[in-house]
Design a binder for this molecule. Structure first.
Ligand SMILES: Nc1ncnc2c1ncn2[C@@H]1O[C@H](COP(=O)(O)OS(=O)(=O)O)[C@@H](OP(=O)(O)O)[C@H]1O
Ligand SMILES: Nc1ncnc2c1ncn2[C@@H]1O[C@H](COP(=O)(O)OP(=O)(O)O)[C@@H](O)[C@H]1O
Length: 413
């Protein structure tokens, strides 16, 4: 990547934090791959999630400002993750066959590979590497790099040089270019996607490979692929979830949430309870109950809950969360991480007030607590609840059963 002399001076004030997919597209474009520019107004400074300025997009196109942060793993090895310009310059003049290794190759693909590359002076095994985690059970970039290194060893001859090249590649993006275009940018004179040459029998067997019995895997895949397929299956995480209770003080959120969390934990789902009161003693210590503080509190809960879900856990949160805007932001975050279930505990105010476990309603009525939800501060009734439970009508066990059933339906669906 050629960087200008004083790269970070006079950057546009408008900034845009790129998503993981956009970072992949930008890295590919700046290293000489197909052009890419962000949607939205320009000039703009493009940054990563840590707010490091990486590039500027303006009327002249997109130019680099700082090198990308690198991470660990074989797919970040600079000897393999080479820019398209660099590789193209090196292979110029040769007959170059590019082979895209996007999945662990089966035996039928390995068998057909020499024919696909026959006559080439150079073979580039292009391994797509996304900044996003692979889908559950799929072999990710590190595994594909190891598999490609084995393929290269098997293919190399005195007349044919074979190199593994890691290509930044968004997991899914409408702006993703075609492989033929990408391969040409890396200097290939012809290209194939290896998985498209999987024979029909192998294709069906890969689709049916639910049980992953060791002998079936070994029969279908050559040893290097089999090792990665089993490893990916072993580390596959079940997708996580956020169950978010909302409702008035005393409506029963904590009681139901606590019982639900205990039940899910008992079933082996790793469950984290983020109770409203408890959060305010730790994560949100010192925050008040004005609208801004409540929104901040709910946003923090949503952030932590989404982190839990993104690691395959179940987060059960139970704040009042009285404002639709805050709840919508939580939903947006959580749905990007896994399953989201909004449970409105709709117990009527009169019932909550009659329960008045902590004596807070009485105090609020006497004017001793300002901005008390339902008395002197609003509760915006959700219009997007996935489940509505009135605990003056159903007991705790019933409420837990309803939420559990809704969650299981989502996770399995
Ligand atoms: N002004 C006011 N309004 C509402 N609630 C109040 C207030 N002051 C203190 N409390 C106690 O704080 C608990 C609610 O905190 P939350 O973090 O769930 O509220 S919010 O989501 O930020 O609105 C709530 O606990 P729960 O009864 O468990 O809901 C109350 O005990
Ligand atoms: N069906 C029910 N579900 C949940 N709580 C109930 C139910 N019936 C009575 N309650 C009582 O209502 C109170 C609810 O308090 P809590 O769970 O702390 O509510 P919140 O967290 O919404 O403030 C508890 O004292 C609980 O025992």
């Amino acid at each position: 990547m050629n960087l200008p002399a004083h790269p970070t001076k006079n950057l546009p004030a408008r900034t845009r934090v790129l998503t993981a997919d956009e970072l992949d597209l930008l890295e590919l474009a700046l290293s000489g791959g197909p052009a890419w520019s962000p949607e939205g107004p320009t000039p703009v400074t493009l940054t990563d999630a840590e707010n490091t300025p990486l590039a500027v997009a303006d009327d002249d196109g997109v130019r680099a400002v700082k090198p990308f942060a690198r991470a660990a793993g074989p797919h970040w090895d600079p000897a393999l993750r080479r820019g398209a310009d660099d590789v193209r310059a090196e292979v110029r003049g040769a007959d170059v066959a590019a082979v895209v290794v996007a999945e662990a190759p089966t035996r039928s693909e390995v068998t057909v590979l020499p024919a696909l590359t026959s006559g080439a002076d150079r073979v580039l095994l292009l391994v797509p590497a996304s900044r996003r985690a692979p889908a559950a059970g799929a072999v990710g970039a590190p595994g594909l790099v190891r598999v490609a290194a084995d393929l290269a060893d098997g293919l190399r001859t005195d007349a044919t040089r074979v190199d593994v090249v890691v290509v930044p590649w968004p997991a899914s993006s409408p702006a993703r270019p075609g492989w033929a275009d990408v391969a040409a940018r890396y200097g290939a004179t012809r290209s194939v996607v290896l998985a498209e040459h999987r024979d029909q029998a192998d294709r069906e067997r890969v689709g049916d490979l639910g049980s992953l019995w060791a002998d079936e895997v070994a029969d279908l895949y050559p040893e290097p692929s089999a090792r990665e397929v089993v490893r990916a299956a072993r580390t596959a995480r079940r997708s996580g979830a956020v169950v978010f209770f909302t409702g008035l003080s005393g409506s029963g959120k904590s009681t139901v949430a606590r019982a639900l969390a205990a039940e899910l934990d008992d079933e082996g789902l790793h469950t984290t309870l983020l109770d409203g009161d408890e959060v305010r003693h730790h994560l949100s210590k010192g925050l008040g109950f004005d609208k801004e503080s409540r929104e901040l509190n709910v946003e923090r809960i949503g952030y932590v809950a989404s982190l839990v879900a993104s690691h395959g856990g179940v987060a059960v949160a139970a704040p009042i969360a009285p404002f639709a805007s805050g709840r919508a932001r939580v939903r947006e975050h959580a749905e990007a991480a896994g399953t989201f279930l909004l449970v409105h505990v709709s117990t009527p105010l009169e019932v909550c007030e009659a329960r008045d476990r902590k004596g807070l309603y009485a105090k609020a009525r006497r004017g001793e607590i300002p901005e008390f939800t339902g008395i002197s501060s609003p509760y915006e009734v959700p219009t997007d609840a996935d489940l509505v439970i009135d605990t003056s009508q159903v007991d705790v066990a019933d409420a837990v059963a309803q939420v559990r059933a809704a969650l299981v339906a989502r996770l399995d669906g």
